[in-house]
Design a protein around this ligand. Structure first.
Ligand code: SAJ
Length: 476
């Protein structure tokens, strides 16, 4: 029996857990651990910083600091707080009380071009764990990280800070999160969980930690580096699939056909193990995951010592996909300019009403939103821009209103960037009346409006992938 297994035996089963990072991943993870009967207590750790200390009090009052629609989360937080099974604290020294601690801290890229991630928050978290680590504790990285980070940087910092040996005195693993805003609890309970330890004992202890919170999903054990590649690759593949349909949408516009006809045609080839995962074209790809995980994967190759057989300097298909998806907000700008030109106007001097600031529908999450580069282009060209979003309240430097009429009033162009349900029922008559324009422009980046309804009311319509409509006759 290894030293680590001896330590686990002395300690017994995992009873007390800590989660660092009270965000979209950390909060649902912590309360699900707390709700599992086999675990006694969960501590949520949150820095007492100006921007996020409010979360500590809200959580300890049993309230959710996350705005958007998150089914079941508020109830579960108040349940486990009332039961005394969950508590949020800024006191990292209490890590020494724990059997297991997970880190769900953001890992953005400072600048994708040089593939240098900003691991500062993660490193600070790992150091806090290392300083308070006791033998026999399990440490799990849930953040999405560059392949090689768990066995490399994380192991090194933990050993330096604790004076203990990873895999012998404490367990270390990577168990990447797979959540999407709007279904956080459901995703953690139902998705299979990838768990990769730096050695067998670490993997087994991590399997013990995650199994109790899974209702439908099962644990899939593997090595730490394989788990890191699995996570970065699954998001990179999704980004690639979105880039494929976005590229096709651009082709359909140029060929005067409807991408949605083509999409359902391609999607109809089913059965016999044939999978055609055709996703949806749109105004761009945002969020904290698809916009950076490709670069974590690319960096894994760069920092790894393996020899890659691929043409020197050539972009990988994954980086190309990033470029296609980063082009879509620019395409939205080009569509807006082309539509205004049809009625003798320019972006310069026009009033543009943007519908949707969040990166994804029906959420308040605006991280890396495609709406921002679109707005920047319009402002740079001399337009006046107003922004509507039913969920996003605060965003640095941007005035966002949830009053649709106020945002559209007097607009030359109305541009849909996010597919919020609130926009599905917006009527052409009403938009035209509020804009007060004879031929207002409507640019649909999420296929939420019916082109003919708007064209019939004298709008100049442009839609992503709608080559069948984009050169319609303007009704005067
Ligand atoms: N998007 C499209 N077309 C589509 C799907 C999405 O344009 O067909 C756009 C969305 O509008 C959004 C962006 O892509 O701007 C990302 O959307 P998403 O649905 O991928 O949402 P994320 O980024 O929150 O979730 C992804 C998911 N990854 C995969 O499905 C492989 C989720 O499972 C991960 O947990 C999450 O990343 C993450 O946290 O890594």
């Amino acid at each position: 029996m290894s030293n680590l297994e001896k330590l686990f035996k002395e300690r017994g089963p995992i009873k007390k857990i800590g989660v660092l990072g009270m965000g979209y991943v950390g909060i649902p993870s912590a309360v699900l651990f707390a709700d599992a009967p086999c675990f006694n207590k969960v501590l949520g750790f949150q820095r007492n910083s100006k921007s996020s200390s409010y979360k500590i009090d809200m959580l300890n009052r049993g309230e959710s600091p996350l705005k958007g629609e998150e089914p079941g989360l508020e109830d579960l937080i108040s349940k486990v707080v009332k039961a005394g099974k969950f508590e949020c604290t800024p006191d990292f020294s209490r890590i020494s009380e724990l059997d297991a601690v997970t880190l769900a801290i953001q890992t953005p890229f400072a600048n994708p071009k040089d593939l240098e991630p900003d691991f500062s928050a993660l490193i600070e978290g790992i150091k806090n764990v290392g300083k308070n680590l006791r033998p026999g504790t399990l440490v799990v990285l849930e953040s999405t990280i560059t392949p090689g980070t768990t066995e490399g940087m994380a192991k090194q910092i933990l050993e330096e800070e604790s004076g203990l040996k990873a895999g012998e005195d404490f367990a270390l693993a990577h168990a990447p999160e797979r959540v999407m805003v709007g279904r956080l609890l459901k995703n953690i309970r139902e998705h299979d969980r990838i768990v990769g330890g730096i050695n067998e004992a670490s993997t087994r202890r991590a399997v013990e930690l995650y199994s109790p919170v899974l209702t439908v999903g099962k644990v899939i054990p593997m090595s730490a580096t394989a788990a890191e590649v699995t996570k970065t690759a699954e998001n990179t593949f999704r980004d690639l699939q979105i880039a494929a349909i976005n590229q096709l949408a651009l082709y359909c516009e140029a060929m005067g056909i409807n991408v949605y006809d083509v999409r359902s045609g391609v999607d109809s080839l089913k059965g016999d193990g044939i999978t055609r995962a055709v996703l949806w074209p749109g105004a761009g790809v945002g969020g904290h995951c698809l916009t950076k995980d490709t670069y974590h994967l690319e960096r894994g190759i760069k920092i790894g010592d393996g020899q890659l057989d691929y043409p020197e300097g050539a972009d990988s298909i994954y980086v190309l996909a990033r470029k296609v998806n980063d082009f879509m907000p620019v395409h939205m700008y080009n569509l807006t300019a082309a539509a205004l030109k049809r009625i003798g106007k320019e972006i310069k001097g026009s009033k543009i009403a943007m519908l949707g600031w969040a990166f994804i529908r029906d959420s308040d999450d605006a991280r890396n939103t495609p709406s921002e580069p679109y707005r920047d282009l319009c402002l740079k060209a001399g337009a006046t821009v107003t922004v509507h979003d039913p969920y996003v309240v605060n965003y640095p430097g941007i005035e966002i209103s949830d009053d649709l009429e106020k945002v559209i009033r007097g607009a030359d162009a109305v541009v849909v960037l996010a597919g919020h349900s609130a926009y599905l029922g917006v009527k052409a008559d009403w938009v035209k009346e509020v804009s007060g324009k004879v031929n207002p422009v409507i640019v649909d980046g999420r296929n939420v409006v019916e082109p003919d309804e708007f064209i019939g009311k004298g709008f100049v319509y442009k839609g992503i992938g709608r080559g069948d409509k984009n050169e319609h006759v303007v009704v005067t």
